[in-house]
Design a binder for this molecule. Structure first.
Ligand SMILES: CSC[C@H]1O[C@H](OP(=O)(O)O)[C@H](O)[C@@H]1O
Length: 346
């Protein structure tokens, strides 16, 4: 079975999102018609995952553009664009999608159908790109393959298949004997809540482990590869992803386990030279001091909650894109793949 985290109901102008805050306990949908609601859904992580927030923002732009013309539309889109850009800072797909749309709507002669076509293209391309990533990743998988994944970059984080869990699912469906270890991914527990939810839907054997168990699991059990998604890859291959990814990469290196990043080209930020230049979102400390409704720290205990970290390129075995797998030196291999952008994924 398959499900979509994001659906556009064109006639009604409704963006229907699975509320990822309440999964897996409840499958609840939010139906949004205003860009302010879309920005809030990105901020509060009703919709999350780098590609998914880019696509959701694109539909926010479409909501505003419909029914408006000329200067009135340009003015309204300028403020919608600014509102959406302020929703979350780290995942570059948000800015990529907004830049791409701005290049269309900012032209005085832009038509409504042109804007809508670009939004729908962003959505459709995400599906094709994820399939191509899986195809390239399968070339790395032995017949019996054990993966290690951090966070959730599956169907819920994209339009359809997902990046890294898309690879895990594709390997399972292609007849590989698959096992996956899933970091629970403190503090929001995307691994325990969302990746496990997805793999259960697809019947993929897996086990949730606490984040601190990754080195132990790799040392004592067979793990063929760690595979993660990403929120922003710098031009030199340094990769920002969910907090804890760097620890996983260090554990993988110490245990001789290859560490792969599944990355649509839209997540590669050629304007950011290295990981030091990536803005890391800091979220509310309450995400750490509470689990659900339960306070787990002493009242008033201070906490520091960076939502992402940067894995240095030296720990990365390969970056799997829709155009092929980039390897060190990443500055060169990513630049070579950049020349493919605009072509159909292969
Ligand atoms: C391919 S999605 C990347 C990504 O999104 C996650 O962050 P969040 O749940 O905060 O939106 C995480 O870093 C995933 O790996």
């Amino acid at each position: 079975m398959s499900f979509r985290a994001i659906e556009w109901r064109s006639e009604a102008g409704i963006l229907r999102l699975i509320d990822q805050k309440v999964l897996p306990g409840e499958t609840r949908y939010q139906e949004l018609t205003r860009v302010e609601e879309v920005a809030e859904a990105i901020r509060d992580m009703t919709v999350r995952g780098a590609p998914a927030i880019g696509v959701a923002a694109a539909f926010g732009i479409l909501m505003v553009s419909r029914g408006r013309e000329g200067d009135d539309r340009r003015r309204a889109l300028q403020s919608a664009d600014a509102l959406l850009r302020a929703s979350r800072p780290t995942a570059v797909n948000l800015f990529w999608a907004l830049d791409r749309l701005k290049a269309v709507w900012n032209r005085p002669e832009a038509t409504g159908p042109e804007i809508e076509a670009e939004v729908l293209a962003i959505e459709a391309e995400d599906v094709a790109v994820n399939r191509a990533i899986s195809k390239h990743a399968l070339t790395l998988c032995p017949q019996e393959v054990t993966f290690f994944h951090h966070c959730n970059t599956g169907s819920l984080a994209t339009v359809d298949l997902g990046t890294a869990p898309g690879v895990i699912r594709s390997a399972h469906e292609a007849g590989h004997k698959v096992m996956a270890y899933l970091d629970e991914t403190r503090p929001r527990l995307q691994g325990a809540k969302l990746s496990s939810f997805e793999l259960m839907q697809y019947g993929v054997p897996h086990a949730i482990v606490v984040d601190g168990a990754s080195a132990h699991v790799m040392r004592t059990r067979k793990v063929d590869m760690a595979i993660v998604g990403c929120d922003r890859v710098a031009a030199n291959g340094d990769t920002a992803n969910k907090i804890g990814t760097y620890n996983l990469a260090l554990a993988a290196q110490d245990n001789g386990v290859p560490f792969y990043v599944a990355a649509p080209m839209s997540t590669i930020d050629f304007d950011t030279p290295s990981g030091d230049d990536i803005e890391i979102e800091e979220r509310d400390a309450g995400e750490i001091t509470r689990i659900g409704d339960c306070e787990i720290a002493p009242p008033g205990a201070p906490a520091f909650n960076p939502a992402f970290d940067v894995t240095p390129n030296r720990l990365i075995s390969g970056i799997i894109t829709e155009y092929g797998i980039a390897r060190a030196p990443f500055g060169e291999s990513l630049a070579a793949l950049r020349s493919e952008i605009g072509k159909a994924p292969v």
